[in-house]
Design a protein around this ligand. Structure first.
Ligand SMILES: C[S@@+](CC[C@H](N)C(=O)[O-])C[C@H]1O[C@@H](n2cnc3c(N)ncnc32)[C@H](O)[C@@H]1O
Ligand SMILES: [Zn+2]
Length: 267
């Protein structure tokens, strides 16, 4: 099992009963759902740090309908191509744990997942799927240097220093951003001049962008509830005027493009 390290001093954490403790006596308790909260001091979660309960619930509802199945299939295919014996996979900014769960069901691996949001991790841990979940900040990932074969990093902030530190010399980061046409039909409904996404890979001097794969699929959103859950998962929701939001009120189904760009970074 991959060991966790103390986010305060970097020493290995040992689990006794339900408490993780390092040599310097920094202690972190396991929550009843089974995850461990490794945030300390200024890293404590609040409404500004990590996604809130409503965002977590929308993500859970929408993703569990399988609308982003093409992306999951693409990621699983990539991991299978690598043919690693029981790889260590870290789902960085794992959200409510959908992707890690799907992958773990199909690939024999050791999976760890973490996110800054306690609400997200709480939902993820309720899956009880053998994945080690913790609340943590990607600016201080509590994993040892060179301990991870594949780091998954979907729709979240990038941190080149920590990513290059935790992956093995032959490891990789699988970063996913929205493709240019992703959810374009939703934007057409909301805005007079909808724009396309720019598909820019995160910039980094520490890692090498070694592959780029594009995944496109049309999906049929079957209810207003699913449309609203999707909308609330996007950053647009928080930047859209109420009168524009109201345009979705009577839409009960929608054919929509999902499009993702997967960037593979290596050392
Ligand atoms: C758009 S969501 C994506 C979640 C998940 N990867 C998915 O695709 O379902 C972005 C996630 O990044 C998390 N996040 C934001 N800043 C973070 C940080 N500094 N450290 C760890 N997680 C962070 C948020 O709490 C949120 O769950
Ligand atoms: Zn410590």
């Amino acid at each position: 099992m991959t060991e966790l390290i103390c986010p305060v001093c970097g020493e290995v954490l040992t689990l006794t009963d339900r408490t993780y403790k390092c040599k310097s006596n920094h202690c972190f308790d396991t929550a009843k759902e089974g995850y461990v909260n490794l945030l300390t001091g200024s890293h404590k979660p609040g409404s500004e740090t990590g996604d809130n309960k409503d965002m977590a619930q929308c993500r859970r509802e929408f993703l569990s309908e399988g609308y982003f199945d093409a992306l999951v299939r693409g990621i699983i295919e990539f991991i299978k191509e690598k043919a690693l014996p029981r790889p260590v996979i870290a789902d960085i900014c794992c959200g409510e744990g959908y992707y890690g769960d799907r992958i773990k069901n199909e690939i024999d691996c050791e999976m760890l997942g973490f996110d800054l949001s306690k609400e997200m991790v709480r939902l993820a841990a309720k899956r009880k799927n053998g994945i080690t979940y913790f609340v943590g900040n990607l600016s201080r990932i509590p994993l040892k240097d060179k301990s991870v074969d594949i780091a998954l990093h979907l729709f979240a902030p990038f941190h080149e220093k920590e990513f290059s530190r935790i992956i093995k010399d032959d490891g990789c980061i699988l970063n996913v951003v929205a493709g240019e046409n992703h959810l374009f039909e939703l934007k057409e409904l909301l805005y007079d001049t909808p724009y396309k996404n720019d598909e820019k890979p995160p910039e980094t001097a520490k890692l090498t962008l070694s592959q780029r794969r594009k995944i496109t699929a049309r999906v049929h959103l079957k209810s207003n509830r699913d449309i609203m859950a999707l909308f609330k998962m996007t950053p647009y929701y928080y930047h859209t005027r109420d009168e524009d939001k109201a345009k979705l009120r009577n839409i009960d189904s929608l054919d929509i493009t999902t499009e993702f760009v997967v960037f593979i970074y290596t050392k």
